[in-house]
Write a protein that binds this ligand. Structure first.
Ligand SMILES: *[C@@H]1O[C@H](CO)[C@@H](O)[C@H](O)[C@H]1NC(C)=O
Ligand SMILES: *[C@@H]1O[C@H](CO)[C@@H](O)[C@H](O)[C@H]1NC(C)=O
Ligand SMILES: *[C@@H]1O[C@H](CO)[C@@H](O)[C@H](O)[C@H]1NC(C)=O
Length: 345
């Protein structure tokens, strides 16, 4: 046997990490350094987690770990920022009220926020075998379409979904539009980013073109990356639990439509989208990915630095945008009203 074959086998043998961890809320406000850099306020309200160097402008050359004093994420070397839009409930009188987030299963004590996964294979067990490349400082990406209001417009994105939580651990079925019934324990959104990188660009004008889905098949089926985007990365996935429970007792639309609306007005759910700005310290993410740890339960045993949920909850930012996002509002912050699917001709 050739030495190179032996080396390949030796490197391939140990299994790799399936990373799943929570990040508490850092701040909820209208800022978006990826899509609206420098704009204060940005178009719509976001909920942001991660390092406290988050700001209206995030130059890719900035040293996010160096500029942060804390992070809301369980891995204390992760100063990345992860964010999504926020949900509002639209009452029958037309006013809106923000839906808060809850700490996900196993992280109930967290102050809202979201759960992040870095998956190497499409299974939830520790047997992750694929070798993936970490993202680099300055890397960022976006997934989804803020303007999508139909299934056809949402169809070019795989796996931006909703789960109606009958119990806190319901994980299927997943839908592409908002659930159309009262969900006993809340609504979970799952947002999965593409897994093939062009290997050159840290960003692109639409924040998506430097990433691609597999050429054939899917991440789940182990499909190969296209030659234009040959570098296989971990699948970044967010799970966000929205506490819709308190709204289940209020009046809902008589026509059976759902009363929830994204902060930019989408009442269909098709415009589900997510933002990611990489900010792990040095090579800490690659090191974790290369060790056989599972979820966040035993990653510290393989050398990863972790912090307690209490410490995550202590890290927060004061909003720089001074406006009411939490009262009963006549319009969504930024002036949006609910937009429904176009009526078919
Ligand atoms: C955000 O940027 C402004 C302007 O550069 C700066 O004054 C402020 O301290 C920054 N905020 C944080 C939380 O880093
Ligand atoms: C609209 O309805 C909500 C929910 O019932 C209520 O709390 C709110 O006060 C109402 N707002 C107005 C302006 O009537
Ligand atoms: C962590 O737990 C998983 C699953 O129980 C196991 O396969 C793995 O070897 C463990 N890793 C460490 C570093 O203990």
């Amino acid at each position: 046997m050739q030495w190179t074959t032996l080396l390949t086998l030796a490197l391939a043998a140990p299994s790799s990490a399936l990373v799943r961890f929570h990040c508490s809320q850092l701040v909820t406000q209208r800022l978006d350094p990826l899509v609206n850099p420098g704009l204060i306020p940005s178009t719509h309200v976001h909920q942001i987690v991660g390092g406290d160097s988050f700001n209206a402008t995030m130059d890719p050359k900035r040293d996010m770990p160096g500029e942060s004093t804390c992070t809301t994420c369980q891995f204390s070397d992760d100063f990345s920022n992860y964010w999504t839009a926020v949900l509002y409930f639209r009452a029958q009188n037309g006013s809106y009220k923000r839906v808060p987030q809850l700490g996900n299963n196993q992280f109930r004590n967290a102050n809202g926020g979201l759960t992040v996964y870095y998956m190497q294979d499409a299974i939830y067990t520790p047997e992750q075998k694929s070798k993936v490349t970490s993202f680099q400082p300055g890397f960022r990406m976006f997934i989804g379409d803020v303007l999508a209001r139909t299934l056809a417009e949402a169809a070019r994105f795989r796996q931006l979904t909703y789960t109606c939580l009958d119990t806190f651990v319901t994980r299927s079925p997943e839908t592409i539009s908002f659930p159309n019934r009262r969900c006993k324990e809340g609504i979970m959104t799952s947002l999965r980013f593409p897994t093939c990188w062009d290997g050159k660009n840290l960003d692109s004008p639409d924040h998506m073109a430097h990433m691609s889905y597999p050429e054939t098949g899917t991440f789940e089926s182990g499909g190969p990356c296209p030659s234009t985007h040959p570098v296989r990365t971990a699948q970044v996935m967010f799970e966000v639990v929205w506490d819709t429970k308190p709204f289940n007792n209020l009046d809902w639309p008589k026509d059976g439509s759902n009363p929830f609306v994204w902060s930019f007005g989408d009442a269909t759910g098709y415009a589900n989208h997510a933002d990611y700005v990489f900010g792990w310290k040095d090579d800490s993410l690659q090191k974790i990915l290369d060790t056989p740890c599972h979820f966040s339960t035993n990653c510290s045993e393989s050398g990863a630095k972790m912090q307690s949920i209490d410490d995550m909850n202590k890290c927060s930012q004061t909003p720089v945008v001074d406006e009411d996002i939490d009262g009963w509002l006549q319009a969504l912050p930024g002036g949006f009203q609910a937009q429904y699917a176009p009526t078919s001709a």
